[in-house]
Design a protein around this ligand. Sequence first.
Ligand code: FES
Ligand code: FES
Length: 160
Amino acid sequence: MHITLTVNGKQREADVPSAATLVELLREHLGLVGTKVGCGHGECGACTVLLDGEPVNSCLVFAAQCDGREVTTIEGLRRNGALDRIQNAFVDAGAVQCGFCTPGMIMSAAALLASNPKPSRDEIEEAISGNLCRCTGYVKIVDAVELASAGTVSDRAGSD
Ligand code: FES
Ligand code: FES
């Protein structure tokens, strides 16, 4: 089926099988491989993206459900070629090891900070509770989101 949607602020079109998931659309049809696939069935949060501003597991959403809607992926957080504050905060806090969970964690954090700019640690833990990390433990990840909310982060250029 043919779908049209807005991805990271740009209108995109694709022909996808009716059973294709949003993460398949992003990675295989649109070349946006920043979004990761871990479990493939809604358990790990690695595939988290924003759908009309709300975090979703993109392995559980059909691409067809996204027709006419707006999707933001990890690639869409950069502004003018620079990493955004949450991405920088994850690096500053040492919250990235293998990095596989990181895009999903950052998208969950982005949704939280958009609605609650100064969350408590409990609120941060709740917001990322659907995102599993097998490497770092969660202390540095929560530290990173706190750092991002405080705005005291380094600036780094992003790359395509
Ligand atoms: S890959 Fe989607 S929740 Fe694990
Ligand atoms: S940094 Fe490896 S899974 Fe989280």
